[in-house]
Design a protein around this ligand. Structure first.
Ligand code: HEC
Length: 254
């Protein structure tokens, strides 16, 4: 019944728009139609089964048989997984595993084994299996997010924002007209090339109070700045406990 299907499709589209409007941190990039997420069946059940064997022989000793962590290493499942990885690209997680794990023998597995172990972690976290296997060259750009779609980066995550350095009435430094917070994996300032890319991107409408701004950044007042640090969500205004503050341009705004 095509008519009914059309109505259903229109309703779904309207719901999607409503859901996106309700998620203020969703960026345009994240909401385009071709985005792929961990909910799209991105690995197969057989692959996750192979990954379980990899996990049990190469990961479980430190991360626990049920991915719930040990005194050696953090949990890789449940709330902790979402705290660490939601609102990020899956290739950041994969890159970490491939470069740094197993902690006592990094890089010792072959690429396929790393991909399979990731498939197992995804399955354990309740993300559905699908028809085609996950491959290393297809991981880029896949988003990790909750069932309800994109949401804000969680509190205490390491983030990056770009905005205008402005003194608040309280005397505290803030970034105004700032982009929304996105996850960062490196606490250090971006390279000059990366800063040039950031400069070309539009600012936003967020304000963040900056904590631990040493040395006093007064010389950069009114400049466009990149801030990285730990996000502290606060009803009175979100804050960033700085790990770096770097000039993007000697001006700010349009
Ligand atoms: C010898 C112990 C050990 C083994 C084996 C091990 N890990 Fe880890 N893993 C760690 C430690 C230590 C850390 C860093 C501190 C923490 O997360 O608690 C870590 C961190 C991680 C992280 C988080 C990385 C980050 O940057 O946030 C992931 C994901 C991970 N391990 C996955 C794996 C996978 C998958 C395997 C198997 C292929 C594995 N680990 C094997 C000890 C281990």
């Amino acid at each position: 019944m095509p008519r009914e299907r059309d109505i259903l499709r229109a309703t779904l589209a309207a719901l999607t728009v409503a859901a996106l409007a309700a998620a203020p941190d969703a960026s345009a990039q994240e909401t385009s139609d071709d985005r792929v997420t961990v909910w799209d069946g991105i690995y197969t059940a057989a692959q996750a089964e192979r990954g379980r064997a990899v996990y049990e022989s190469s990961c479980a000793a430190c991360h626990g048989p049920d991915l719930d962590g040990t005194s050696e290493a953090r949990p890789l499942a449940g709330e902790r997984f979402m705290q660490d990885w939601s609102e990020d690209n899956l290739d950041n997680l994969f890159g970490r595993i491939q470069r740094l794990m197993p902690y006592d023998d990094p890089g010792s597995l072959d690429e396929g084994e790393y991909v399979d172990s990731l498939a197992y972690i995804l399955q354990f976290n309740g993300f559905p299996a699908g028809d085609s296997e996950l491959a290393a060259d297809r991981i880029a750009g896949i988003r990790v997010e909750g069932k309800d779609g994109p949401g804000p980066v969680p509190s205490f995550a390491l983030v990056q924002v770009v905005g205008c350095l402005t003194a608040a009435e309280s005397g505290d430094w803030t970034l105004t007209s700032s982009t929304r917070a996105v996850r960062a994996r490196d606490p250090a300032a971006s390279s000059p090339d990366e800063l040039a890319v950031l400069d070309a991107q539009p600012l936003g409408d967020r304000t963040f109070e900056l904590m631990s701004a040493y040395p006093d950044p007064a010389q950069h007042a009114g400049h466009k700045m990149e801030a990285k640090g730990f996000l502290i969500r606060n009803p009175a205004g979100d804050r960033i406990n700085l790990s770096s503050l770097e000039m993007v341009a000697e001006r700010c705004g349009p």
